[in-house]
Design a protein around this ligand. Structure first.
Ligand code: FAD
Length: 281
């Protein structure tokens, strides 16, 4: 794996759009606490948990107006080109320069017609429509996407997104650093030179984490599951263990030359701040 200096590393924080006025007020506080760490950008999810495009837009515009760089996630499954064109235009008008381009997932049982099948088609469309205006981030899966035919096919599908014009990638979260190192090495062997930033999920709630992990194919290693299960409802013990494990994962990744860290914050500052402090960043 190629190394990068600390100075070049990209630290970023992910939010989901709040659904209520109280949630929005809380998020402003979280944004300012994490903003003090001078991240490269904040990203805001779309569609996850039923959030609307408007929620994503409102949240990124507010972050941008507060003086931070904001990157909306944009998923394409089930969408028509005209709709994506309008969204891109709107983001351009709001001075947005970075997009996390995704396929997304169809809610189960629905089958809306759409003009995009995979994220590489969205990346190509963004380039066709807007040239180099946007820095495009795409998703990467060190433990492989659950729907991939096999590991090699998933890697080649990742390559398609890069060849379509992605500038950098953010990974699905993982707790096994070797999966990431192997993935990055495989990408280098394929001639892919873009930064692949590890996605980091702090651990504070085991039930929720187990549910997410089952759905997205991110593995919680057995030794971690066993320990987390043994803490039952003891949130303090779960948080302390999670902080320890995730701090040492981040240390390992940064020491080995990972180009930064992208934190899935779940709209909370404390878990990230504790890890950040431990890392002495
Ligand atoms: P793709 O890259 O299109 O891959 C999807 C699957 O199709 C993979 O199995 C791949 O191997 C296969 N594939 C890709 N291209 C081809 C091809 N040309 N032919 C055949 N097979 C192909 N979801 C949300 O709803 N909202 C969000 O805001 C959101 N943010 C995310 C942020 C990050 C950093 C990550 C890692 C995931 C995020 N997701 C989000 C989840 C994501 O939408 C799902 O994982 C989705 O199932 C795949 O999206 P993708 O962009 O990786 O898809």
């Amino acid at each position: 794996m190629k190394t990068q200096t600390r100075h070049d590393k990209s630290y970023s924080f992910e939010f989901f759009p709040p659904k209520t006025a109280e949630g929005a007020a809380r998020l402003r506080l979280v944004r300012d606490q994490l903003g003090a760490l001078k991240p490269r950008y904040f990203s805001v999810t779309f569609g996850a948990g039923g959030s609307t495009q408007q929620g994503t837009t409102d949240t990124v515009v507010e972050i941008q107006q507060a003086g931070f760089e904001a990157a909306p996630h944009l998923s394409c499954i089930g969408s028509m080109r005209e709709k994506i064109r309008t969204i891109l235009q709107n983001y351009k008008e709001h001075g947005i320069r970075r997009i996390v381009a995704l396929r997304g997932d169809m809610p189960s049982g629905t089958r809306a017609p759409g003009e995009f099948m995979y994220a590489n088609e969205l990346v190509a469309f963004i380039r066709e429509e807007t040239g180099d205006h946007f820095h495009i981030e795409v998703a990467a899966y060190p433990e492989f996407h659950p729907q991939a035919a096999n590991a090699q096919a998933d890697l080649l599908n990742f390559k398609r997104k890069v060849e379509a014009g992605a500038n950098s990638a953010i990974t699905q979260y993982f707790y096994n650093a070797d999966a990431y190192f192997h993935f990055v090495d495989d990408c280098e062997k394929l001639g892919l030179e873009l930064p692949i930033v590890p996605g980091i999920m702090p651990i504070t709630n085991y039930t929720q984490l187990a549910r997410f992990s089952d759905a997205c194919g991110a593995e919680i290693p057995r030794w971690m599951r066993k320990r987390l299960e043994s803490y039952g409802d003891d949130r303090e013990a779960i948080t302390a263990f999670g902080e320890d494990v995730v701090t040492s994962l981040c240390e390992q990744l940064l020491e080995a030359g990972a180009p930064g860290l992208h934190f899935y914050t779940m709209n909370r500052a404390e878990p990230v701040l504790s890890i950040w402090k431990n890392l002495n960043l």
